[in-house]
Design a protein around this ligand. Structure first.
Ligand SMILES: Cc1cc2nc3c(=O)[nH]c(=O)nc-3n(C[C@H](O)[C@H](O)[C@H](O)COP(=O)(O)OP(=O)(O)OC[C@H]3O[C@@H](n4cnc5c(N)ncnc54)[C@H](O)[C@@H]3O)c2cc1C
Ligand code: FES
Length: 460
């Protein structure tokens, strides 16, 4: 029974049921005891009855409180094994309470976190339970944006780890146009900042993604981010700090200055109440008013980890073997991955998330999107009844489908989010890079693949 109560994900329902359960557990024997004690000669019957009533009430309240806090986080339920990091093919499959496709969510709160980053707290419009997630996972949003031919789909990391699981929080950076290009600024992020307000409704798919941290591992964890890459790290830091206080975590974050630094007070408060969290902030161009708010001037780099984190880790943990999590700008992650590799950290201990931004085909060079294949191949789009000849210059199967008038769903165009996943009923594809997203058997990611066999049949 207790196990079943812990499985209830809605905290209010869990609290009520736990209260009734514990209350009745105490009330029934108490009532029996009072009944047995009843005798005409017994002058204490009234006070015995009162005692029984108070005991029952107290146990109901205790049951409710315990029930509220006893919900199982998914990590509790489905601990990932210690070798999760080492095994790329490990699928993170969490039950989503039957939620598999688009579901409406209401924006409950919109909170500015820094100059460019704003958080959105989402609650399901149907008021049903929301499934748990592993820290590091993301949500996929679908936005109807005026002027766009079709809904825009984008993925955003869950930036909080609230044990009550009442809302999800996403934190989104407003994406400006690149300084040197005459193109429009980011479509979805600017729409979220400018047009999505409290009470707005948006479509959301369940949590997904393989960039996850095993909360219950005992190995030290080093969370390294810059800019908006901080979002999954907050969920990870909160999960470990609260659920595995014996595990040491280092939280390294780089920002331009205090105005660009989101969540500083929130992370500081977490560090102040959890001694297993060690925080290092680096500001590349600190303002005079930032004095005392950061630890180092410059960038987060592998030298900082070697000179500061590793000696601390050796002292506290007696070992320097750790799991490293990276999320930030592409150049930041390249530099750190190379630095860690050079210094001897095995790749299997380094997990990274790329916030890949969808680039239209015109923004890529043909060399980028073609590989060894040189022959023309036949591609059948079975749902739309079209057959076309594909050549290497046509690029990915997603580019090719779009060039032929199809509008498949996509988000990152980089094999990270899984939005473009499509069933393949004949033939094989070749990946230009290995997918970071989970790919279901019998399906392919068309944003990073091209035909491998003479004929490919896609469910498009
Ligand atoms: C797994 C994952 C998790 C993520 N988590 C977060 C998160 O927590 N927070 C967050 O803020 N973001 C996150 N992202 C990034 C997010 O999904 C979006 O990519 C981001 O918000 C930009 O989307 P957009 O629609 O605003 O910009 P887009 O419209 O996709 O444009 C992206 C950039 O390209 C520029 N551009 C437009 N046209 C061209 C062109 N022709 N040539 C060159 N450049 C052009 C735009 O000006 C803009 O700078 C995540 C991404 C992934 C894959
Ligand atoms: S669009 Fe993200 S994996 Fe293809």
């Amino acid at each position: 029974m207790i196990k079943n109560i812990r499985e209830i994900s809605n905290p209010i329902l869990r609290s009520v049921i736990a209260g009734i359960f514990l209350g009745s557990l105490v009330t029934i024997p108490a009532a029996l005891a009072v009944q047995l004690a009843k005798s005409p000669k017994d002058s204490n019957v009234e006070s015995n009855s009162k005692l029984a009533v108070y005991t029952s009430l107290a146990s109901t309240v205790i049951g409710s409180v315990v029930g509220l806090g006893a919900g199982k986080r998914k990590d509790d339920r489905e601990r990932l094994s210690d070798d999760t990091l080492a095994n790329d093919s490990v699928e993170v499959e969490l039950s989503n309470n039957g939620w598999t496709d688009w579901r409406k969510f209401i924006v409950m709160r919109k909170v500015k976190e820094s100059d460019g980053i704003t958080s959105f707290y989402l609650h399901p419009e149907d008021n049903g339970a929301i499934p748990d997630f592993s820290p590091g996972q993301f949500l996929t949003l679908k936005l109807d944006i005026p002027g766009q031919l079709k809904p825009i789909i984008r993925t955003y990391s869950l930036s909080d780890y609230d044990l009550s699981l009442m809302n999800y929080r996403l934190s989104i950076k407003r994406e400006p146009a690149p300084a040197n290009l005459d193109v429009s600024p980011g479509i979805a992020s600017n729409f979220m900042h400018d047009s999505i307000q409290e009470d707005s409704i948006i479509w959301v798919k369940p949590p997904a993604g393989k960039f996850v941290l095993d909360v219950y591992s005992s190995k030290p964890a080093v969370l390294i981010s810059n800019g908006v890459g901080i979002t999954p790290m907050i969920a990870m830091a909160k999960a470990v700090a609260r659920l595995n206080p014996l595990r040491q975590i280092w939280f390294l974050h780089g920002a331009r200055d205090g105005n660009a630094h989101a969540f500083r007070e929130e992370v500081n408060a977490l560090g102040a109440s959890h001694s297993n969290l060690h925080i290092i902030y680096c500001y590349s161009r600190p303002a005079a008013t930032d004095t005392g708010k950061y630890h180092h001037q410059g960038y987060v780099d592998s030298a900082l980890i070697q000179n500061i984190v590793v000696p601390e880790m050796q002292k506290l943990c007696g070992s320097t073997e750790a799991d490293y999590f990276l999320c930030g700008s592409p150049s930041f992650m390249d530099t750190l991955r190379n630095g860690l590799r050079t210094w001897g950290v095995p790749d299997r201990n380094v997990l990274f998330e790329s916030f890949a931004k969808a680039m239209p085909k015109a923004a890529k060079s043909v060399q980028d999107i073609t590989t060894s294949t040189s022959n023309a191949q036949e591609v059948v789009f079975s749902k739309s009844g079209q057959t076309h000849t594909w050549n290497p210059a046509d690029g990915t199967l997603l580019d090719f489908a779009e060039a032929n008038g199809l509008r498949p769903e996509y988000s990152c165009r980089a094999g990270v989010c899984g939005t473009c996943m499509c069933k393949i009923s004949e033939g094989e594809v070749e990946y230009q890079e290995s997918p970071s997203a989970s790919v279901e058997s019998g399906s392919v990611l068309i944003c990073i693949s091209q035909p491998k066999t003479a004929r490919v049949v896609l469910d498009l």
